[in-house]
Every structure is written in C-alpha cells, then in structure tokens.
Design a binder for this molecule. Structure first.
Ligand code: NCD
Length: 309
C-alpha cells in the first residue's frame, strides 16, 4: 500500500508531489464517506489524538475534531488559555504531560514559528502542524489545492494568485509550496509593504495592481489582513478603508474582467475589507467548499500518518 514519505506533517515544504496526490486520493474516499448517512468509519479506533491550540481558532479546530471523530479516534482538546501554560509551564513539559496519558497524535497550533518542528524532535507521537506563527499551515494549503482540483479538474497548469497580507500569512507560504509542487503558476499581490522583500526568489510572480493580478489568474485566493500579527506601532497601510479601496475585491471589479475566475478565502473573512459580500456569497466563490473539504483532507492526513506509526 502507498504511504507518505513523512511521519509528521510539519509543512508542505517536506512533502513530495506523490505525497500530495496520495492525500488527495485518500481524501476523495473520505469525502464520499462523510456524505453518507453514516459518516463514521473505524479507521482510527484505538488511536488517541490531542488537539493542542495555543492560539485562537474556529474552523481549523472544529475541522480537525470532526475529522478525528469521523475516523473514530479518541479526542482530547487543550486550549492554552485555560491551561497551566498560564502558570509558566514549558511547551515540552505541557506536551510530555499530555503524552504520558498515552496520546498517539498531536495536532498543534502555536504562535511561534517552528514550535511543532521542535516538538517532533522530542516526542514520539505523530505531529500535525495546524499553523505555526507566520510560517506554515499545511492542511489549509492541502484543502485549498484539493478544492481547486475539485472545481477546475486539476491544479497543474493553473494560475493562482494569492492576495493580501503575504508577509504575515502562513497560509500564503504553504500554498506557494503546495501549488508549485503540483505544477501551478503562482503570483502574490498586495501592498508592497505586505509583500516580503525576497518573495520573488521563491519563484512566484509579484504584482501590486489588483486588476492586473485578477486579469492574469484563474483562481484568486484572498487573505485577511493579519492585524494581530502586525506590530502595534507599525503602519503597513494608512487605514482599512484605504486598503479596501485599493485592494478589496468586489463583484463590479470581477465583472469587469473578460473571464470568470474562482474565488477562495481561508477564513475568517473581514467582509467589506478584502472581499465584498457580493463576491463572498456568489457562485464564483468556493469558500464553503473549502471548509467542507477541510474535514475530508484532514481525515486523509490523520489516517495516512497513523499508518506510519
Ligand atoms: C488562517 C490561519 O489561522 O492561519 N485561518 C484558518 O486557519 N482558516 C488564516 C487567518 O487567520 O487569516
């Protein structure tokens, strides 16, 4: 049976194209399962998964938890806000205490870049990175590509532009790696202050004009301004109002193009800032498909990592 080349999912950077294809084929199967009247399969019976979230999350945490439950895993949840982390415990101590209760897999979100990589060197459980600071968010990029493949038939050869706050986004970096590994062309577009200086060296096109970027792409993946990750005194743009005038995407703008593009957003959307409601709620947007696919893709990742022991 085919298996992944890794035993942790820390970042898309570590995956091969074959890994991504295997995850998608497995997710196709699980997507069919979760549309059945009985949505549960026994694949992870006897496996215990801890969801350890040191940072806020709605979609990602619910999505992982549903994925785990639909695979019949035992699930424990931990949010740093309500834990002994607040009493000064180290990350390694916190996680070792959880693992001593015989946990097999850890899904972790942390505000520090590299936190899940650090843990993977010190503990035996399989680790899934659910977002580490501004670095990677691999399952988001996988579900994004899976959703493009579902809507457009394939990812290879497609032109995908990622819009917005690229500098503070872990979704952007994971998407760039995932799309390139599958043979898509990638562009980033946003205010120059929110584009990392050397981003072009990753082999992506760089654009600051939204209309030109939209005209180029088949798929627009629109990101939120990550205000909570922008240092308080630094202004990257004059105001949200100005940002939305220059970089916001609305229906009138999309209708003025000479083609119809697919619109994505990882959530949470700041309606009226980066994306207008008349786009977010339109047929062109596959935002809720992304959420639905997230469960199937995460089921695939957990299932395949469990095979690696
Ligand atoms: C993203 C995240 O947390 O990195 N959201 C998500 O996982 N769906 C993007 C964001 O917070 O803007």
């Amino acid at each position: 049976m085919a298996e992944l080349s890794v035993r942790h999912l820390l970042g898309i950077k570590d995956l091969t194209r074959e890994d991504i294809e295997l995850i998608f084929e497995t997710a196709d199967h699980f997507k069919e399962v979760i549309n059945r009247p009985i949505k549960k399969v026994p694949s992870l019976r006897d496996i215990t998964v801890a969801n350890i979230f040191f940072e806020n999350s709605t979609r990602t945490r619910l999505s992982f938890e549903l994925a785990e439950k639909r695979l019949s895993a035992d699930v424990v949840n931990f949010s740093a806000g309500q834990s002994s982390v607040k009493k000064g415990e180290t990350l390694l101590d916190t996680v070792n205490n959880i693992l001593s209760m015989k946990v097999d897999m850890v899904v972790m979100r942390h505000s520090s870049v590299g936190a899940p990589h650090f843990l993977s060197r010190h503990i035996k459980a399989n680790i899934v990175n659910a977002g580490d600071g501004t670095h990677e968010h691999p399952t988001q990029a996988l579900l994004d590509s899976f959703s493009i493949r579902e809507r457009l038939g394939q990812v290879e050869g497609k032109k995908v532009c990622i819009f917005g706050d690229i500098l503070h986004s872990r979704v952007a970096l994971s998407n760039i790696f995932a799309l390139q590994k599958q043979g898509a062309e990638v562009m980033v577009c946003g205010p120059a202050t929110l584009l990392p200086k050397y981003i072009g060296e990753l082999g992506v096109k760089v654009e600051t004009d939204v209309r030109k970027a939209l005209q180029w792409c088949d798929v627009a993946n629109v990101l939120r301004i990550q205000l909570e990750r922008q240092g308080g005194d630094i202004a990257y743009f004059p105001s949200l109002r100005e940002y939305s005038q220059e970089f916001g995407i609305d229906k009138a703008l999309l209708d003025s193009l000479d083609k119809e593009i697919v619109v994505m957003h990882p959530g949470p959307i700041n309606r009226g800032v980066e994306l207008a409601s008349d786009v977010a709620d339109s047929e062109q947007a596959i935002i809720l498909d992304q959420v639905q696919n997230g469960v199937a893709v995460r089921m695939a990742v957990l299932y395949l990592l469990a095979q690696k022991g």
